[in-house]
Ligand binder design. Structure first.
Ligand code: COA
Length: 202
């Protein structure tokens, strides 16, 4: 399948929100050099052809759920329900920033991550960025794709004015997040809801 350019996609948010510095540092295997129009600059990077980009409404077909299944159990809701969830996220402006890294050769997703922005009353009506659902294709791990996803999401959080960016992780992933510049703080608490026959919606 040929690679789909950002301009042909229906994106969750504007692709300019993703740092050019992070784009430029992607692993060479996933990094394309294309001729630009200016003859003096034949093989400069073309920022309009991106490998790291916002989630798109058609990414169900590029294996979005199968990458998430690297992280945890994923139940496939079907494409229509997936797209409805995408639209629900997009209808909350300046809140959900899901990003993907795409293997240009196959147009398949190889890494995913999200930051959502929580608005608060404290800290002078401050905001906090919550990083969630980070996963890299098993065959592509170790190429710094996870690092690039975290860097891109952290930049979005900081550019959104968040005074901090936080996430939860297992002990085994602490060294990875430390490499990304994060430090261990406090503890995580969780209470899972009991099983129900149907999902309640407020
Ligand atoms: C954790 C995960 C996202 C890391 O992504 P990745 O692309 O393989 O990692 P990177 O190549 O970007 O690693 C960046 C640095 O962290 C290190 N690192 C990555 N995972 C590590 C781990 N579990 N323990 C120790 N170091 C680790 C790398 O060696 C690299 O170090 P270097 O800069 O010295 O070379 C990926 O392994 C993954 O998807 N795991 C399964 C799902 C998961 O656990 N997600 C996180 C949920 S909180």
């Amino acid at each position: 399948m040929p690679y789909t350019q950002d301009s042909e996609l229906d994106l969750l948010f504007p692709s300019e929100y993703i740092s050019n510095e992070v784009r430029a540092q992607l692993h060479p295997d996933l990094h394309v050099r294309v001729p630009l129009r200016a003859p003096t600059d034949l093989f400069a990077e073309d920022d309009t052809i991106t490998q790291i980009r916002p989630l798109a409404s058609s990414d169900y077909r590029r294996g979005h759920l199968s990458i998430l299944s690297v992280l945890t159990v994923v139940t496939d809701p079907g494409e229509a329900a997936w797209v409805a969830q995408f639209n629900a996220m997009r209808s909350a402006p300046l809140t959900y920033y899901g990003i993907v890294i795409v293997d240009k050769a196959t147009d398949r997703i190889v890494a995913v991550g999200t930051v959502f922005i929580e608005r608060k009353f404290l800290r002078g009506l401050g905001s906090v960025g919550h990083i969630e659902d980070i996963a890299v294709d098993k065959n592509q791990q170790g190429k710094k794709l996870g690092l690039r996803v975290i860097q891109a999401l952290t930049t979005i959080s900081e550019n959104s004015g968040c005074y901090k960016t936080i996430l939860n992780c297992s002990d085994s992933n602490i060294p990875f997040y430390e490499k990304c510049g994060y430090v261990k703080k406090e503890n995580e608490m969780a209470k899972y809801a009991p099983e129900r026959a149907s999902t309640p919606r407020l």
